[in-house]
Design a protein around this ligand. Structure first.
Ligand code: UD1
Length: 374
């Protein structure tokens, strides 16, 4: 059997690492790893391959940045050539980035069976590019591997036959469980000093007395009317209570500079380079609170027990919400709501529950499902 799997952007890498490891134990399977190159910086891509022991991609498509249509179009053109040359039995895509969607369309047009890891997530928000990618991918996939029962139910409600759905758990938690013991002893102050965006003196940080934030989604950073009040709250209020660490995504930095907010942020937030997997995990393990618009961090907080304020109005990952036992509260980008949840969480000692099958063994279940699938 020959399988092509695809990665393109940062959130894909922690999902593919355990899959590569699990496949490597099956000599009968030939695995071809393709990197579309949507993310290309060392810090957005290569460092994850090194940290997580992901093998060198067999094929690199070098797609790079561009509009959605440019990324999807270029990926389809280049990936079609790979599929024609390799003639795989299965194409396996992960997550919801542009590479996921582009390669799914190519797979079906080339009559190759398609499996989707992280199927069934739905935010219901068609303004999110990822939601479009999820809908297209799941409509085309032959095998839909879901991280939780809510996602399986979403697919059933959309008419997917039950034999095509396999509830396997969350593969990203395989990576978290494999890596967490390696970083527990890492000193937070040293880590932060090493990764400071611009060199300056910072006081020693307590190993568990800081907040961490990430924010890069267009819905939060593309309009000044949304971004400015959030930045004001973070810089005028949160940083007065505790150090606030922000490993900053290139697109968020660009927007802050564009709107003239960069100097204000730099003055009070501890700005860091985009972090490697291990450093981010260490910060999350010590954080008193996470403020984020990232889906993956919401999930990791749920397992690590870090209270998480999700800077979005909806989530495709409801299993991570407090009402389902998780760690996260949807606070959108309305400052009143963010402030109220922030003060509530600051004084809470609640521990979230780990969702079913988020146990570190999802990749093995995925490989079993693939080998059994017709
Ligand atoms: C993509 C994913 C998003 C994911 C995010 C994580 C889609 C639709 N979106 O969004 O789901 O949460 O990755 O990072 O696929 N850039 C660099 N270096 C890089 C890559 C990008 O500087 O290595 C800059 C470029 O200016 C680029 C911008 O970041 O234009 C945005 O990158 P892009 O890949 O278009 O989307 P993300 O916002 O990263």
């Amino acid at each position: 059997m020959k399988i092509i799997s695809i990665v393109g952007a940062r959130p894909n890498f922690m999902k593919i690492a355990p899959f590569c490891r699990a496949l490597a134990t099956h000599q009968e399977v030939k695995h071809v790893l393709v990197h579309t190159g949507q993310h290309y910086d060392v810090r957005m891509s290569d460092s994850f391959f090194a940290d997580l022991g992901i093998p060198e991609p067999d094929v690199h498509l070098n797609i790079g940045s561009g509009s959605h249509a440019e990324q999807v179009g270029r990926t389809m053109i280049e990936f079609e050539k790979v599929v024609r040359a390799e003639k795989p039995d299965w194409i396996v895509v992960v997550g919801d980035v542009n590479a996921t969607c582009a390669c799914s369309i190519v797979a079906k047009k080339e009559h190759v069976k398609l499996a989707h890891i992280e199927a069934g997530l739905r935010s219901g928000d068609m303004d999110m590019p990822e939601e479009v990618n999820r809908l297209v991918t799941d409509r085309l996939a032959d095998l839909l591997l879901t991280p939780d029962r809510i996602s399986s139910a979403n697919l059933t409600a959309e008419g997917v036959q039950s034999h095509r759905i396999a509830f396997v758990g969350n593969i990203m938690i395989d990576t978290l469980e494999a890596e967490r013991s390696k970083v527990a002893a890492r000193n937070v102050t040293e880590l932060v000093k090493r990764e400071l965006l611009d060199s300056r003196d910072i006081p020693a940080l307590p190993d568990d007395g800081f907040a961490v934030m990430t924010m890069h989604r267009p819905s939060n950073v593309d309009q000044i009317e949304t971004l400015k009040p959030l930045i004001d709250f973070l810089t005028d209020e949160v940083t007065k209570d505790m150090p606030l660490l922000w490993p900053i995504h290139p697109r968020a930095r660009k927007q802050l500079e564009l709107f003239g907010l960069w100097d204000k942020v730099r003055a009070s937030v501890v700005l860091l380079n985009p972090l490697g997997y291990h450093d981010m995990l260490r910060l999350n393990m010590g954080a008193r609170m996470m403020l984020t618009d990232s889906g993956g961090l919401q999930e990791e907080c749920c397992v690590l027990g870090t209270p998480c304020l999700t800077l979005r109005w909806n989530t495709e990952r409801p299993v991570t919400l407090r009402e389902h036992g998780g760690a996260s509260i949807l606070v959108g980008n309305d400052v009143e709501k963010v402030r109220a949840a922030y003060h509530e969480v600051l004084h809470s000692t609640r521990m979230p529950q780990r969702p079913e099958l988020w146990d570190g063994h999802t990749a093995e279940r995925i490989v079993d499902a693939l080998l059994r699938a017709k």
